[in-house]
Design a protein around this ligand. Structure first.
Ligand code: PNS
Length: 180
């Protein structure tokens, strides 16, 4: 915990890009924490080909949460548990959309706890109308020219259209996909 008065939560992820589902989880977290650190990981557990660089993802998060002074957005390298320890966070929050998320989340939480037993994980469910949403589906639909305006903030939407209008990924392969 960051201090006796203030509860700090960390919301780690790839956020490639941040969706309305992530936004919902982040804002819900402020009901149980005083401050939230949204942390973009340089290393993601599931192998993915990113659409956006870590810096671009961070910029989008900062734009999306510009209205919320209790949220800070950062990136981190290395292990999540080391970052959590350095920041003195009270808990890590993750979104749980469906039973299908459970195995991956449970495995990560248990592995993290093995490495740093003080880590607490809290899982929040998004609003029902966002429970099908994932960043990978948003990337795929946007890349194929579909309308994702109902799933991301306007600032993210405009970056997605610019990215896929040019038809390139950050690796310059022209192909973007993956899980998560
Ligand atoms: O949004 P994602 O891709 O599901 O988030 C996964 C993330 C970033 C939380 C996870 O891959 C992670 O914690 N990465 C940091 C490196 C690390 O600590 N790996 C060991 C996990 S047990």
């Amino acid at each position: 915990m960051s201090s006796a008065q203030s509860t700090l939560a960390i919301y780690p992820g790839s956020f490639d890009p941040v969706t309305l589902g992530h936004e919902d989880i982040a804002r819900r977290t402020l009901r149980v924490a005083d401050q939230l650190l949204i942390a973009v990981a340089h290393t993601a557990t599931q192998s993915k080909r990113p659409a956006f660089t870590v810096e671009e993802r961070l910029a989008m998060l900062e734009e999306v949460f510009a209205d919320e002074p209790r949220i800070r957005c950062v990136s981190f390298e290395g292990l999540l548990v080391d970052f959590v320890r350095r920041e003195g966070a009270a808990f890590v929050v993750r979104g749980l959309r469906a039973v299908s998320d459970f195995e991956y989340e449970f495995q990560m939480a248990q592995m993290n706890r093995e490495m740093y037993p003080e880590t607490e994980f809290i899982f929040l469910t998004p609003d029902a109308h966002l429970s099908f949403l994932s960043a990978s589906l948003v990337r795929e639909v946007a890349q194929l020219g579909g309308d994702v305006s109902a799933f991301v903030s306007p600032t993210v939407l405009s970056r997605l259209s610019r990215r896929f209008d040019r038809g390139v990924s950050v690796e310059g392969t022209g192909s973007v996909g993956g899980e998560g």
